[in-house]
Design a protein around this ligand. Sequence first.
Ligand SMILES: [Zn+2]
Length: 407
Amino acid sequence: MPTAIEETVELPKLSNDEIARYSRHLILPEVGMEGQQKLKAAKVLCVGTGGLGAPLALYLAAAGVGTIGLVDFDTVDASNLQRQIIHSTATVGKLKVDSAEIMLKGLNPTVKVIKHNTMLTSANALEILKDYDVIADGTDNFQTRYLVNDACVLLNKPNAYGSIFRFEGQASVFGTKEGPCYRCLYPEPPPPGLVPSCAEGGVLGILPGLVGVIQATETIKLILGIGEPLIGRLLLVDALGMSFRTLKLRKNPECPVCGPNPTVTELIDYDQFCGITPPSEVGPLEVARDKAVTDLPVVDGIPQISVQELKRKLDAKEDVFVLDVREPHEYKIVNLGAPLIPVGEIALRTAELADKKDSEIVVHCKSGARSQRAALALKQAGFTNVSNLTGGILAWADKIDPSLPKY
Ligand SMILES: [Zn+2]
């Protein structure tokens, strides 16, 4: 099998300290001195330093991968630490790339860490990916996943892919000449909103550890050119049943990006492809949470109301009906005492709100994204005065009642 490191490249020598550090690798014939030198020469890009990127980057650093690139635009939040073990309590609030660098350098000071503190986009992806030998996709959204896939195919770079959802994970190696790509497996993204994010649907914290380590294993195998990589195979991990299954994947001859007659020959607009409204400074989306707390006008015909304004209305005993559209287990963590109808049940349960058709209704969720969908559903069902609480119960905890827990 081909290795990600060209044989013609002159491999860097190991120092005596490095020989001591990697001795358990050096005595493995399948790695040996040459393999360890290949690892030192290798450049791996971790897309995302979240649940998958954390164990992935840590093990790559421990193994002696010489250059590790990190792409992330986010900052560390306390709610990340249940799974993102590359960050720590001490780095909450710091940029994730800075926080991850501290941990990687602490583990292995000889590793070169290249920080890309940016959101990966069609405009910058090829430029960022082109200098790396292997790309490890640890993203948590479909737009970036298709973007990474297409960029890897266009640049002919192997993509050690992993993804997780609640108790289940997947891993494969895409983007090689001989194997299929992510689009061969999933030609179309799911309709927006159908698959909840980890922030909405939750995830068992250990699961990304399991899958991220599989991605790290595949990455190391690709660099060394040993074993059977997951090219043309999809590994399915079920943490509850603790079962691992492998599905054979075929290259799709009609694949728009890796097929013989590609129609995607450059990077496209992946937000549009996935039917997503791109996050904006003033949007009610999850990602814009911290920026969305100012008073907002109207999004998709739904007035946006700030927590301060809602507090004023409640204090003034105005006739306003507050509706919580989160899930019952979230309600148990913290609530404002408002009635609960989960967003997925809104359309079926509007009869319960029949006497509120023309009342002022303020819908809230955790951070404002689901409640926006719920408000749209209510509006479609004929409710005339529905607004969305900007920033949700998290904003309420931030601005109005700091005694409330945040999750
Ligand atoms: Zn393909």
